[in-house]
Design a protein around this ligand. Structure first.
Ligand code: SF4
Ligand code: SF4
Length: 152
């Protein structure tokens, strides 16, 4: 009999303790977000996909040389009038990239950088291995869809 009373009291105390924890946290600010309906903003130091400001590139090839995985391919061209070099072809293989950021560190003109993209899935393998860094809209399809489009 005594044991039964003890069990009932222990059960009630346990429930009250649980409810206390729930009550304490119910009105606290949530630390999680409703992904994918809410998208977290990445920090400035986040290493996303390799991106380029083509107008700043002087085709010096330093990024290509330092890349440990040969993920960058550059063909330099020279302007016959100004004798200045610029990138004629500049491609990036995301499959090979290890997101080390060395290309960004070594670039003398801050032309190449790692952007904030973190949803980087592709439907076709071919799209992943030869990304044209000179194209302005190369990553447009990776932009997060609008919340309204996602909500059922
Ligand atoms: S982040 Fe690293 S692996 Fe990727 S392209 Fe730049 S140097 Fe190469
Ligand atoms: S991105 Fe920077 S390091 Fe790479 S070729 Fe252009 S200027 Fe040189």
């Amino acid at each position: 009999m005594c044991q039964k009373v003890y069990d009932i009291v222990a059960g009630v105390v346990s429930i009250l303790k649980g409810l206390g924890v729930t009550g304490k946290n119910m009105f606290r600010k949530a630390v999680t977000i409703e992904y994918p309906f809410e998208k977290p903003a990445m920090t400035a130091r986040f290493r996303g996909l390799v991106d380029l400001h083509p107008e700043q590139c002087i085709a010096c090839s330093q990024c290509v040389k330092i890349c440990p995985t040969a993920a960058l391919q550059l063909e330099a061209t020279t302007n016959p009038e100004t004798r200045k070099k610029f990138p004629g072809v500049f491609t990036y293989n995301e499959e090979l990239c290890c997101f080390c950021g060395l290309c960004q560190e070594v670039c003398p003109t801050a032309a190449i950088y790692l952007n904030q993209c973190y949803e980087v899935a592709y439907y076709r393998h071919d799209d992943l291995v030869k990304i044209d860094l000179l194209k302005a809209d190369k990553y447009v399809h990776l932009a997060p869809p609008k919340v309204k489009e996602l909500r059922p």
